[in-house]
Design a protein around this ligand. Structure first.
Ligand SMILES: Nc1ncnc2c1ncn2[C@@H]1O[C@H](COP(=O)(O)OP(=O)(O)OP(=O)(O)O)[C@@H](O)[C@H]1O
Ligand SMILES: [Mg+2]
Length: 228
């Protein structure tokens, strides 16, 4: 089991109102699964992903990641876990706009305890995603699909067991979406655990399991035969 959450709740307070983004989620994910998280807008998908990615903490409930209870950790410990175990890919890429692709990819290792040969690893990650010829380009000199590849390379840099992606193809056209999904599928076939938030059934088709959220709770959870 790489992920186990129990009775996970996340509430936000806005003025006098309390918003229950997650209302008691129980979810376990085995190593090597490729999971699609679906559900309508506002159902809690990003809130769940941010907690799974150690970017946010639950109001209550437990989160066990790779055998460690991360729900009790402080910010600093969380940052360490995030760096070591998780690669996160966002819809909006989140790259530094004026920084070349190679330096963008190296970023996670700036904070790592054992950076090793940062640049050599970043070069390998960029080669892995098919961007060997674009290392010196800045994000504004790259297409949307290429930008997302840079973001995937950055997520792969510390060789994390878990890859999380929140609508990674939300800003991409159909053909580029297909390319990025093939990349995620390859990374999954190499043994990584992948969790992807999506609105699109065509993306869920690549996954081995589809979990649907509704009003902050799991509405359905089914295993499916993945497209390859
Ligand atoms: N930082 C926040 N402060 C207050 N409310 C929030 C915050 N983040 C999320 N929410 C609320 O929590 C609920 C779940 O939001 P979340 O972003 O998880 O939805 P989502 O399923 O990712 O939606 P979408 O498909 O539109 O991205 C929504 O009602 C949202 O308004
Ligand atoms: Mg969202």
């Amino acid at each position: 089991m790489i992920i186990r959450v129990t009775n996970l709740r996340r509430e936000f307070t806005v003025g006098v109102e309390t918003i229950r983004a997650l209302a008691g989620v129980d979810l376990s994910i085995e190593r090597g699964e490729m999971v699609a998280i679906m559900g309508s807008s506002g159902s809690g998908k990003s809130t769940l992903m941010n907690i799974l990615g150690c970017l946010d903490r639950p109001t209550s409930g437990t989160y066990e990641l790779d055998g460690k209870f991360v729900s009790g950790m402080d910010e600093k410990e969380l940052a360490g876990v995030r760096n070591e175990k998780i690669g996160f890919v966002f819809q909006s890429f989140e790259l530094l706009p004026r920084t070349p692709a190679l330096a963008n990819v190296e970023l996670p290792l700036l904070y790592a305890k054992q950076p090793g040969d940062r640049q050599a690893r970043a070069v390998r990650a960029l080669e892995r995603v098919g961007l060997a010829d674009r290392m010196d380009h800045r994000p504004n000199q790259l297409s949307g699909g290429q930008k997302q590849r840079v973001a995937v390379a950055r997520a792969l840099l510390t060789d994390p067991a878990l890859l999380l992606a929140d609508e990674p193809t939300g800003n991409l056209d159909t053909k580029t979406t297909e390319e990025i999904m093939r990349l995620f599928a390859d990374l999954h076939d190499e043994g990584r655990t992948v969790v992807i938030v999506t609105h699109e059934p065509e993306i869920a088709e690549w996954c081995t399991r589809v979990v649907r959220l509704r009003d902050g709770l799991i509405d359905s959870d089914e295993s499916v035969e993945p497209r390859r």
